[in-house]
Write a protein that binds this ligand. Structure first.
Ligand SMILES: [Fe+2]
Length: 376
């Protein structure tokens, strides 16, 4: 049993002040601040941050993720980071911004394009250090060694993994989440909840990772309603941010499962955001695995305060809880018939899934499973 978490995790307030303090502690003199199209600019947070950094004598480069995170955008960011020769990258945004910053920081250190490292991150120099300050919770990217990037040319949603993709610091300031919309709050919470569920039911899970998974899920079950009914409730927002972090730690040690593998293969065929897509796929994947959970769903849901006696009962409770925020959707996909083969192949490319999925996944099972979803 092992936990490896080389990330300083700081919960604070006044993000711009805390961020400046973190960068000063590291003795960084220059920083590339990456934001997305979201509220960090509109709310004035970016301006306050850059003013604070300049006050402390740091040079601040202003970067913006315009699309994606797709590989063309990330390649451009990597070029800007390398050219500016900064000491660090500060990612100020949701999971897409943090993932883009992590990949671009790794590419900048190695002078390469995303496609050069998409399938092989061995023998790379460590990334330019990244400070991750999420403004939307859910992905857990602030504490993981992963970055999920869409290849602009192939359309493939790819996950890269490298030890230096762990941010130096995760800086989590719950006040910034109070402006997150309801739909983003639900989608992010579902993503984190499913990270916790998939990690707990992974055959690679262990007692330490399970503790994070259960605590993360418990916090979501206990706080999502409050965050939606009172968006300014900093306590509820803090709990969801903690849940996101716990989910990230859990998947770092036990991996995601078939929901995420399927989600990566199907994302380009739907408008649903990642967290809602995962929720939409949960029933099919839990049905696939139902007879192989060995009591883990019962354990997981019981530890979160639900009264359940069997895995099947736990699955019903989980799906029921999700459906109060996001009713089941009938076939949210627009899939051309000719793409069925490539979706099945994309699913099969995730060889690591075979080692962690509760049910065995021989080829005929995968074929029938995915064909069933596409034809539904
Ligand atoms: Fe996810």
């Amino acid at each position: 049993m092992k936990i490896n978490l080389p990330v300083d995790i700081i919960f604070g307030s006044n993000l711009h002040v805390e961020a400046a303090a973190v960068l000063a502690d590291h003795k960084f003199d220059s920083v590339y601040v990456l934001t997305g199209a979201g509220s960090a600019r509109e709310s004035g947070l970016l301006e306050r941050l850059c003013d604070e950094l300049k006050k402390q004598g740091m040079t601040c480069f202003d970067g913006r993720l315009s699309a994606g995170p797709d590989s063309d955008a990330v390649d451009k960011l990597a070029g800007e980071i390398a050219a500016s020769k900064v000491d660090a990258v500060l990612a100020l945004g949701g999971g897409s911004v943090i993932d883009a910053a992590k990949s671009a920081a790794l590419q900048a250190a190695n002078g390469c394009r995303f496609s050069d490292i998409e399938f092989n991150t061995a023998d790379l120099q460590d990334a330019v250090p990244v400070i991750a300050a999420p403004t939307v919770s859910g992905s857990g990217s602030e504490v993981t060694p992963y970055a999920v990037i869409n290849n602009s040319k192939t359309g493939r949603k790819s996950t890269i993994s490298h030890n230096s993709l762990f941010p130096e610091t995760a800086l989590i300031c719950p006040e910034v989440f109070t402006s997150v919309s309801s739909i983003q709050t639900i989608a992010g919470s579902f993503d984190a909840l499913i990270h916790c569920f998939e990690a707990y039911t992974s055959t690679r899970s262990n007692e330490l990772a399970n503790a994070f998974a259960v605590r993360g899920a418990y916090l979501i079950f206990d706080n999502l309603k409050a965050a939606l009914s009172s968006p300014e409730d900093v306590g509820a927002r803090k709990a969801l941010a903690e849940a996101s972090m716990f989910g990230g730690i859990a998947i770092t040690h036990a991996r995601t499962g078939a929901i995420h593998t399927l989600s990566a293969a199907l994302q380009k065929y739907t408008q649903l955001p990642h967290g809602l897509l995962n929720a939409a796929l949960l029933p099919a994947v839990t049905e696939l695995n139902e007879n192989h959970y060995s009591g883990k769903v019962k354990e997981f849901m019981s530890a979160c305060g639900f009264s359940v006696r069997t895995d099947a009962g736990g699955i019903v409770k989980l799906a029921g809880w999700i459906s109060q925020f996001f009713p089941p959707v009938d076939n949210p996909f627009d899939i051309p018939g000719r793409d069925a083969y490539s979706i099945i192949e994309r699913f099969k490319e995730d060889k690591g899934l075979l080692e962690v999925n509760p049910a065995p996944l021989p080829e005929r099972t995968i074929n029938a499973f995915i064909t069933g979803i596409i034809d539904a």
